[in-house]
Write a protein that binds this ligand. Structure first.
Ligand code: HEC
Length: 118
């Protein structure tokens, strides 16, 4: 009964458009953003969104962008760490260094695992 009453009041408020609509839309947006941030915080960087544009959907490589498919998890992780700390790199390393520096250790572990399965 109480629930129904509340529902009726809510509906009435929406129907009347007493000005709360805007507030509740904003509140919903905030709640949505918080939920989204929670999901993003849990996720590591995705290969598809951060790497595929240069290295290809399946790490097949493109002109000027090396093939990653076929390398082991360790090889990929070592190279990414190498770009980060300056111990690895070829003639186009300046493109890759900022990409690698943006990765956390967890990102590198996760990406290396993903790429080694291509
Ligand atoms: C803007 C284009 C670009 C993006 C985006 C990019 N890379 Fe690269 N990547 C390169 C280039 C160019 C090289 C070759 C650099 C060199 O000469 O050492 C490279 C090299 C590499 C290598 C070493 C390959 C080898 O065998 O020497 C790895 C591993 C790698 N990238 C992984 C990644 C990962 C993982 C991402 C996503 C987080 C990524 N790259 C995003 C351009 C890019």
């Amino acid at each position: 009964m109480i629930k129904q009453g509340l529902l009726a009041i809510t509906c009435a408020a929406i129907l009347i458009g007493c000005g709360d609509n805007k507030t509740s839309a904003t509140t919903n947006q905030v709640v949505q953003n918080v939920e989204q941030n929670k999901t993003e915080a849990k996720q590591t960087i995705s290969y598809a969104s951060k790497c595929a544009s240069c290295h290809g959907e399946k790490g097949e490589g493109k002109a000027g962008f090396p093939k990653l498919a076929g390398q082991s998890e360790k090889q990929i992780a070592d190279k990414l760490n190498g770009y980060k700390n300056g111990t690895y790199g070829n003639e186009r390393k300046n493109i890759m260094i900022p990409q690698a520096k943006a990765l956390s250790n967890e990102d590198i572990a996760e990406l290396a695992k993903t790429i080694s399965k291509f």
